[in-house]
Each structure stands twice: as C-alpha cells, then as structure tokens.
Design a protein around this ligand. Structure first.
Ligand code: PLP
Length: 500
C-alpha cells in the first residue's frame, strides 16, 4: 500500500514515510493510493474478535511496510487497561430505539483524540526507524483544546521525540487548559498563543513551511513532524472504531445482513467524519454520514452548496473543539470524490488561500451529497439537548456530542429516515463541566462556582464517575508558563529547543 499527496507532486510514498512526514512537501495531505475493501467473509472473520484484534485486521491493510509484530505492538501499546478505563475501548450505549452512542472517550484525557494519539507515537517511532531517520522528531501541535492534551499524553517521555503544543489563549476551557499546564514528562513543552484556534494553526503551518527553519533544525539533528489530524497516522486508528461499531451491532443481530447504518459525527477539522467515510469505502454499508457543526457552520454550507467560504465571523461556542473555520481534512475528501484529481484539489486550495473561498463543480458537490448530510446547532440548542437527554434518558452528554444528537434529530425530522444510527461521542461530559452543569442544574446551584467545583458538583448530582484524568486537576502542580503572539511562535520553538 503506497500513499500519494492530494496536491499531486508526490507519489509512491510508503506508509512509514507518510506518517513520518505528516504533511506532504507540496502542502497536500497523504492519502492511500487505493482503499482496501473488506468483503463479507473478511467482515465476518472479524465479528467475534476483540477491539484490538479488529484493529489489527484493519490497520494492517494500510501498513504493508510494517511487520505484523510491529502493528501488534502499536495496538497493544495504545489500547490497554492502563490507558483505557473500559475494556471494550469504544463501547456502544443504546440511547433510544435504533440510536446508539459510541463513547470514544475512555482514554487517558477523556476525549476521542486518545483513540488516535495513544497510537501515533508508536506508529511514528517505528516509521522513523524504518526510514533510517537519525534526527530527533519534534512534534509541533496547534490545538483547539483536546488534541494538545492527548498528544502530550501520547508522546510524553517517548524516546527520540519532543513535543511542543500551542493552544489559543481564548479558545479552550479551564479544564482543558489545566490539563495541559499540569502535563508531566521530560520532553514536553506548552505555550499559549494570543488569538483563536485558526491563529494558532496558521502559525504552526507557517513554521512547517519555513525551509530555512527546517535547515536550522536539521543542523541540530532535529526534524519537525505533526500530530494534527493532517497526519495519516492520526486518521488510520479512527477508521477502526467505525468498523468495530458496525460489527458489534451485527454480532448482536441488531443489524441484518448488509443492512446499512448512519453515522453522526460532531465535526471540526473533518478528521473524525472522514475516518467514517473511509470505513464506508472499506465496505461498511453506510447510508448517510451526518456532519454536525456548531455555529461555525462552514461545513453545513459547504455540503449544501459546494461553496466553502471562510470569510465569516469566527464564533466562540460552548463546543470549542469544533470552533474551526479551516477544516483541513476536507481536502482528502475532495481528492477522493474527484477520483484523485490533484490538479482540481490544488486549485481549490489555492483559491482558499488567496481568496478565502472556493466553489466545487456540480459533479463534485453531488458526489459529496451522495453520502453526506449536514446541519448545525446553536449553543442554546446544545444546552437544551443536554437537558432533555438527561431528563428523558438519564444519559449525560458533553457539549460536542450534544451538537451531534441535536443535528441527528433535525435529520430525522427532515428526512424521516429511521436507519439505525451511531452517534460519535467525542468527549466525557466532565471535560466541559460548566456548560453541562448549566444545562442540568438550577442557576442558584451553580452561581459563583468555578469549573473545578462544578465538575465535582456534577459528579455528585448525577452519580456518574469522573474520569481518572480529570480528578483533582486543580490540585496538581502547574508546570508550564509560556505565552506568545502568533508572530512569536517560531521564536518560542527555538527557545524550547535551545536554538536561540
Ligand atoms: C477534536 C474534537 C472534535 C472534532 O473532531 P474533528 O476530527 O476535528 O472533526 C469534536 N469533539 C471533540 C470533543 C473534539 O475533541
């Protein structure tokens, strides 16, 4: 299995090279040259296996340059009892007739990013070794909150790597911030950037495309790599849980032979829902992929009109991990639905950079609408959804998952489609405790309380256990104090690496 760039200048790249590089030198994203399809027999062979066994079966299709032992060590290193508090790893919970929640947040940081970032360090160090890499790998991350912590946890003390995380000063919750600022490890660096997530992400992209900077690092025997969802090594582990969810419903005979499902995903950078798209291309019968956005509804507009226009106001919402106006992974989808037409994809991305918008042709828009459906929801609707689901179903949603549940209900009303649906739950409700508390508690119960007090109150009131990674967060030592502007990010990296 080889990989190619979505901008067309690089072909026949091994998985190890694609994972090590993270992003293609032409600015494109690495995509498999073809997608392996699992037939009915192969699907059936996986049905009774553990999550880890399913992961092995799926991941090895994409990593033909890795040995079976290497793949197994990546999987066992990621999905084990030390890091996950549920042995099913990504358990399905029934919410309603024909509606299932897939909890993707049983890893160490209580967000779905762990599903990939517990594995990426193993994939990356093996990839570096395979490609004869001598340089130390410096992971550079821009985070809307959850990626940063999950990447720090994944890479902490991993030999041959350093990790630097930039988070937007005004874009993460108190709990997310504290999770990062208390991070332990000998190779971890964290800095706040003034601005929003796109500012931080653009700053990181600029550093990645600065050749002079790369040369300077190389003299120091260091090389940059990415843990953002532009790295194929991030996407690949995410395909697994969608296939696993489908097989679980099949094994339980909830789904009949070849009966399709819908998958609903609260979307930001388009990584998680793209993994579901790849699961469908691998043979999971998916009727609709429902793309749920918050007030930053750029993807809703795109799916409906074929116009991607980022010239709009950036909205700060209570689902901050979806506060994104540049959904990087959409580029991979466009590459797929155009039959790998790198010229067209490169032109659209050029338009996005130069004019802040692009418009795809009708055939491409139709191909997207063939499988995707999109809508969005406001903060008020998010709060109301958390409250309703708690009252009616005694199930506690986080703000991101609530966006997905709300949009799923809109989908049902608009289409009448009763296909069995899986809603991706991307974070523990405790990670966004103040908004969740606001939804289910009375104003006088929460008045004057900080986010950490609300977290405890929420646990008391609901009887739901706080994930280990979020317990007593406010008592841990703050270990990181750096702050910079978008312009100062490069200098910050230099000072972290003592290149000054
Ligand atoms: C990152 C994140 C998302 C968005 O996922 P994408 O892959 O960027 O679309 C949604 N919810 C939570 C809680 C997240 O951390």
């Amino acid at each position: 299995m080889k990989y190619e760039s979505s901008r067309g200048k690089h072909h026949s790249i091994t998985a190890a090279e694609a994972i090590k590089m993270g992003i293609s030198p032409d600015g494109g994203l690495f995509v498999p040259e073809s997608i392996p399809r699992l037939d009915e027999n192969q699907m059936n062979a996986m049905v009774s296996g553990s999550y880890q066994e399913k992961a092995f079966y799926i991941i090895r299709q994409f990593l033909s340059d890795f040995s079976d032992d290497e793949i197994k060590s990546c999987i066992n290193g990621a999905y084990n009892q030390d890091s996950f508090d549920n042995e099913r790893i990504a358990p399905l919970v029934k919410l309603d007739t024909g509606v299932y929640i897939q909890e993707l947040w049983h890893g160490p940081t209580a967000a779905f990013k762990d599903m990939a970032l517990q594995m990426l360090p193993q994939l990356l160090t093996i990839s570096a070794h395979k490609t004869g890499e001598k340089a130390e790998i410096v992971i550079l991350v821009a985070t809307s909150g959850d990626t940063g912590k999950a990447a720090l946890e994944g890479f902490k003390d991993v030999e041959g790597t350093k990790i630097i995380v930039f988070y937007p000063d005004e874009g993460v919750s108190e709990i997310q911030k504290r999770q990062m600022l208390t991070q332990e490890g000998n190779n971890v660096y964290v800095a706040a950037v003034s601005g929003n997530f796109d500012d931080a992400q653009n700053g990181v992209k600029r550093i990645f495309s600065n050749e002079e900077f790369a040369a300077r690092l190389l003299q120091n025997e260091q090389k940059l790599s990415s843990a953002n969802s532009i790295n194929w090594g991030r996407l690949l582990p995410q395909i697994v849980y969608y296939v696993a969810a489908y097989l679980e419903l099949k094994a339980a005979r909830i789904l009949g032979e070849a009966e399709p499902i819908n998958i609903v995903v609260p979307t930001g950078n388009f990584g998680n829902i793209l993994a579901a798209y790849y699961a469908s291309r691998m043979g999971v019968p998916i009727k609709r992929l429902i793309c749920a956005s918050n007030a930053n509804n750029i993807l809703t507009d795109f799916v409906r009109s074929g116009i991607y226009d980022r010239q709009r106001k950036f909205e700060k919402t209570i689902s901050p991990s979806m506060d994104i106006l540049i959904s990087s992974n959409l580029e991979r989808l466009l590459f797929e639905v155009t039959g790998h037409d790198a010229r067209r994809v490169a032109a659209w991305m050029e338009d996005l950079k130069d004019r802040g918008r692009y418009e795809v042709d009708t055939a491409t828009c139709d191909a997207v609408q063939d499988i995707f459906w999109a809508d969005f929801c406001s903060d008020e609707e998010t709060i109301a959804t958390i409250r309703d689901i708690w009252r009616e179903r005694s199930y506690l949603l986080d703000t991101h998952t609530a966006v997905a549940v709300n949009v799923y209900h809109k989908y049902r009303s608009a289409t009448g489609d009763k296909t069995i649906s899986i809603i991706a739950s991307t974070a523990s409700p405790f990670k966004f405790a103040s908004s969740v508390a606001q939804a289910i508690l009375e104003p006088e119960e929460i008045r004057g309380k900080d986010e950490f007090e609300l977290l405890n109150l929420l646990a008391q009131y609901t009887g739901v256990a706080i994930p280990a990674g979020l317990k007593e967060l406010d008592r841990r030592e703050i270990r990181h104090h750096s702050v910079c502007s978008q312009q100062g990010m490069e200098e910050m990296v230099m000072s972290f690496l003592q290149l000054g």
